[in-house]
Design a protein around this ligand. Structure first.
Ligand SMILES: Cc1cc2nc3c(=O)[nH]c(=O)nc-3n(C[C@H](O)[C@H](O)[C@H](O)COP(=O)(O)O)c2cc1C
Length: 183
């Protein structure tokens, strides 16, 4: 079977991509704008370069009830800073909850009782319990009118590392653990 994506509904395309480009890492992004904290997960996310060290995360608009850019999108544009936490297995349920679409200014950390930890005064805090995080600055975006989500390129300034880390992976709309088959 060959599917023609020019004739396929975008929800179906999402299902096919998210269900087959797997596993995907989850970026649990903390931003801070005028003292207000925002926490949200994104799995259109990957590392794209080591020199310079760059990440890419693709961020869309709030839908269906609110049609405006997601808070993370707005905050990165305005402050140029983002702390990208990688999600340990034990925090995946909390992370999933922060995917709820909320009005601008609602602090997910408070609403979902997520603890934060300030590790660097020049970047937003990490989610406490995350064993890996990248402290990043906006490097650039790529956008045009057709794109429903905008890829943000983020330059890593510092990496936080704390002990062993078992990451959670996004598979379709669900989650999985990784099992090594060869070291
Ligand atoms: C695991 C997971 C992955 C997600 N990946 C993305 C993504 O890659 N891009 C995106 O725009 N939204 C993604 N979402 C939805 C956002 O997290 C959601 O819209 C969230 O409310 C955005 O929050 P904000 O407005 O505070 O930035 C994902 C949600 C979950 C639970």
């Amino acid at each position: 079977m060959i599917l023609d994506f020019t004739k396929t509904d975008s929800k179906e395309i999402y299902k096919l991509m998210a269900g087959n480009i797997i596993p995907r890492p989850v970026a649990w992004i903390v931003t801070e704008n005028k003292g207000k904290i925002n926490v949200a997960p994104f799995s259109y996310f990957t590392g794209i370069s080591s020199k310079p060290p760059l990440l890419m995360v693709s961020i869309g608009r709030k839908k269906p009830d609110i049609d405006e850019p997601k808070d993370t999108y707005k905050n990165i544009r305005e402050t140029k800073k983002a702390t990208v936490c990688l999600v340990p297995v034990e925090l995946y349920e909390k992370m999933d909850k922060t995917g709820e679409v909320l009005p601008f200014g609602v602090n997910e950390a408070e609403k979902f009782e997520i603890m934060l930890e300030r590790i660097d005064e020049n970047f937003p805090p990490i989610v406490k319990g995350c064993k890996r995080a990248f402290l990043t600055e906006l490097y650039g975006t790529f956008e045009n009118e057709e794109m429903a989500t905008v890829p943000f390129f983020l330059k890593i300034h510092k990496m936080y590392i704390d002990g062993d880390f078992e990451p959670v992976a996004r598979v379709g709309r669900g989650y999985a653990k990784l099992t090594e088959i060869k070291n």
